[in-house]
Design a protein around this ligand. Structure first.
Ligand SMILES: Cc1cc2nc3c(=O)[nH]c(=O)nc-3n(C[C@H](O)[C@H](O)[C@H](O)COP(=O)(O)O)c2cc1C
Length: 351
């Protein structure tokens, strides 16, 4: 990878689509689950402390290795000390990890994070924010990106802030269309993000309640791309673009999309669940992986009536064997429904 990575990617794609960084989600297994269905997306990891990465070789060796299907992987880090960022960058840049970029979290609005001088508080500690980007840029060959918000509380100048990030070495910025004070409340504002792109040379990525790929494309306008976060929960299919799918009508017939979003068959959902569970256990071990997969598995089948008992088994799964057994029971007990699409209302009756 090199510093021009993002400029090169922009030439290859009409628009860039990202899996948003999400704590508790964006680990290697989650990224694999998304990329298996949507190989065209770019994945940003959940956030990791720059300080912890420096102090814990165990953490680095747990979170930086990944499967080739995830490439290119961008690692997001947070902190407040430019020197620690520089040290963390050296670790992340070790060729053995094959990481494509480093993203800085200037987004997180959580009180604890802001009080510690991390996350979105960097929007009001501009000098530190710029020093962090400079320190990172000088200590690695990887491109540095920043994810932030419109402002901290509505009183900061986004364009000036982002121009300084650019001058400090940032190669791409992502803007969530809300202030840190708003967290997730109120409607997201895109207009200031479009305006920002008109005032920056580096690409700007929009982040605002995108529902699926088509929705992102319909609002992306002059931006280089968009990001999808929460809508990817249980739903790697949110990244499939109906327009691309039209070139592949055996796999994606027109009628399998509702409002631009692909509606998978029950078979595809069960396959996705099994794949995700297997990767989580493979990357985090039987015990941890089985505990962590519970929240994902129940989301895949959360709105299905008549599968309460299976959901109960999935939220108490303790091993990949138990998970597979439940998924296989779903397969055999609903074998007549496997090619139906729950999202299209094709399964009126589950038993
Ligand atoms: C569970 C969860 C964890 C998140 N963790 C992070 C994080 O580690 N770093 C970050 O920059 N944003 C994080 N975010 C914010 C998302 O990246 C994204 O900005 C936000 O959810 C808005 O995008 P969406 O409307 O597509 O979900 C998180 C969001 C959620 C829901």
């Amino acid at each position: 990878m090199n510093k021009n990575f993002w400029q090169e990617q922009i030439k290859l794609h009409e628009k860039l689509c990202f899996l948003a960084p999400m704590d508790g989600y964006g680990d290697s297994a989650y990224r694999q689950a998304m990329k298996r269905v949507a190989p065209h997306i770019y994945c940003i990891s959940e956030f990791y402390s720059a300080d912890w990465l420096v102090h814990s070789k165990f953490l680095a060796d747990s979170v930086l290795p990944h499967a080739s299907i995830e490439d290119p992987v961008i690692i997001q880090i947070f902190g407040k000390d430019p020197a620690m960022f520089a040290k963390a960058a050296k670790i992340i840049s070790d060729p053995k990890y094959n990481i494509a970029g480093i993203d800085v979290n200037m987004w997180c609005p959580a009180k604890k994070v802001v009080r510690s001088g991390h996350g979105s508080s960097l929007l009001i500690n501009e000098e530190t924010a710029f020093d962090i980007v400079k320190a990172l840029d000088e200590s690695t060959h990887l491109p540095i990106t920043v994810k932030t918000r419109l402002s901290f509380d509505g009183n900061q100048d986004l364009i000036k802030f982002a121009q300084w990030l650019q001058n400090s070495g940032a190669k791409l910025v992502t803007i969530h269309g809300r202030t840190a004070k708003q967290a997730y409340t109120g409607n997201a504002d895109f207009t200031n993000i479009y305006e920002l792109q008109r005032n920056l040379d580096i690409p700007v990525i929009g982040n605002w309640d995108v529902q699926h790929f088509d929705d992102g494309m319909s609002k992306v306008q002059n931006l280089a791309g968009f990001m999808i976060g929460r809508k990817s929960f249980w739903n790697p299919w949110c990244f499939i673009w109906e327009q691309h799918a039209s070139a592949n009508r055996d796999l994606y017939p027109e009628w399998t999309f509702i409002g631009g979003c692909y509606q998978p068959t029950l078979w595809e959902m069960l396959e996705a669940m099994e794949f995700h569970a297997a990767q989580l256990v493979a990357t985090k071990g039987e015990r941890k992986g089985s505990l962590e997969i519970r929240k994902h598995l129940v989301q895949y089948i959360k709105s299905f009536p008549g599968v309460k008992d299976y959901r109960k088994r999935l939220v108490t799964t303790e091993s990949i064997e138990m998970t597979r057994e439940t998924i296989n029971d779903l397969r055999s007990n609903f074998s007549h429904l496997l090619l139906k699409r729950p999202g299209l209302g094709e399964i009126a009756q589950w038993d």
